[in-house]
Ligand binder design. Sequence first.
Ligand code: FES
Length: 160
Amino acid sequence: MDAPRNTVAACPLDPTELVRDILLRHAGQEGSLLPILHAVQDAIGYIPDAAVVQIAAGIQRSRAEVHGVVGFYSHFRRAAPAPVRLEVCRAESCQACGGQALYAHAEARVAAAGTAEVSLDPVYCLGLCAQSPAVMINGRPHARMSPEKLDALLAQCPEA
Ligand code: FES
């Protein structure tokens, strides 16, 4: 089974080498900036400043352009993520099925754990609308969520 897309594994490689490899894989590809940014974040866990410089040089774009794209999409992180990354869907279907209370519960849970251990981000549809409300923990989706189920899932994460 493939690892979840957002899984950040311990990366034994030099980030500069990783970014160089990613740039090579996308060489000559039109509209490569977003795929490159996704690949860098998947590999490193976030988009380091040094990677922005390297990407800009690699695809002949300005640093400001790359920074602008990274800043525009909330998906892209500028700093290393917490060991447990919790994303709670705040789109319509989930909001209609208890998403507001679930998000409030998640906020309290993250405040108790500390943001160095658990991060919380809103997302707007995880494609699980028929099984709302939905969350994602370290890139793995979970549907039909409740505060109790969320607590049980987070209890399985030693850092949370
Ligand atoms: S609205 Fe939450 S998964 Fe679609």
